[in-house]
Design a protein around this ligand. Structure first.
Ligand code: ATP
Ligand code: MG
Length: 254
């Protein structure tokens, strides 16, 4: 079986992209899946949150994008998460500038992943909150986009921007790209606004809206400071269970 590549993206910042990548990866690994996390954000939060020391990275996604390393040589293991990581650190911000002069610069990640596709069941890509050349590499490599969103008043506008971006990429370079699903994060089921936004999402996106919601849960926010996915930090926390449920929903979709 060849890997399903999912980019986790939303141009809006702080909506739980990185939290979703790390915890969905750990949850899929818990279900016996072989998972690779790719950290495409120079902030390196998915790297740190997986328990990988950013400063110790010899080669990571930066070297891969520039053709200086093969994915199989650059991956490291998240012991706490049970998955592989193609790590990022601040040098990745420089890749942006250096890539601009390269040929097929938006195809770099896609091409680099080709030789390892049989080694994984899922590849989850953590995208930065901007539509940079890095994000573009993620969206070109992926077959699906998972969109975490917070049910706020302006959230739907953000989503329509992303839907427009996905459509453009599908037309121009990656015809197989589709929205895998929208995940409601930092969710408060008692809030009237959450319910209203949910109704609109159901009307617009139907089955593309994941039924599983991720609640606001302090254990999810604490876990990264220990370099642990929530599953390894507090297996019983509401947030942990929510991500396990999200993984099950994703697996059941096939
Ligand atoms: P950026 O756009 O900066 O990359 P992001 O979309 O990746 O942000 P995260 O870094 O995952 O968002 O989350 C933003 C902050 O909210 C972090 O401090 C994170 O720990 C916290 N957070 C995310 N999801 C939850 C949740 N369900 N419950 C509580 N805190 C959360
Ligand atoms: Mg992030």
């Amino acid at each position: 079986m060849t890997a399903k590549i999912i980019a986790v993206a939303n141009q809006k910042g702080g909506v739980g992209k990185t939290t979703t990548v790390v915890n969905l990866a750990a949850s899929l690994a818990h279900h016996g899946k072989r998972v690779l996390v790719i950290d495409l954000d120079p902030q390196g939060n998915a790297t740190t949150g997986s328990g990988v020391d950013k400063s110790s990275i010899e080669s990571g996604v930066y070297q891969v994008l520039l053709g200086e390393a093969e994915v199989k040589d650059a991956v490291v293991r998240s012991e706490a998460g049970g998955y592989a990581v193609l790590a990022a650190n601040r040098t990745l911000a420089g890749a942006e500038v250096e890539l601009v002069q390269e040929i097929a610069r938006e195809m770099r990640l896609k091409n680099a992943l080709e030789p390892v596709l049989n080694d994984y069941d899922y590849v989850l890509i953590d995208c930065p909150p901007t539509l940079t050349l890095l994000t573009l590499n993620g969206l070109v490599a992926a077959e699906g986009v998972m969109v975490p969103m917070v049910c706020e008043y302006y959230a739907l506008e953000g989503i329509s921007d992303l839907v427009a971006t996905v459509r453009k990429i599908r037309q121009a370079i990656n015809p197989r790209l589709d929205i895998v699903g929208i995940v409601r994060t930092l969710y408060d089921s008692r809030s009237r606004l959450s319910q209203e936004v949910t109704e609109q999402l159901q009307a617009h996106f139907g089955k593309q809206l994941f039924a599983t919601t991720i609640p606001r849960n302090v254990r999810l926010a604490e876990a990264p400071s220990h370099g642990l996915p929530a599953l390894a930090y507090d297996a019983k926390a509401k947030g942990t269970l929510a991500y396990l449920a999200l993984a099950e929903e994703l697996l059941s979709r096939k």
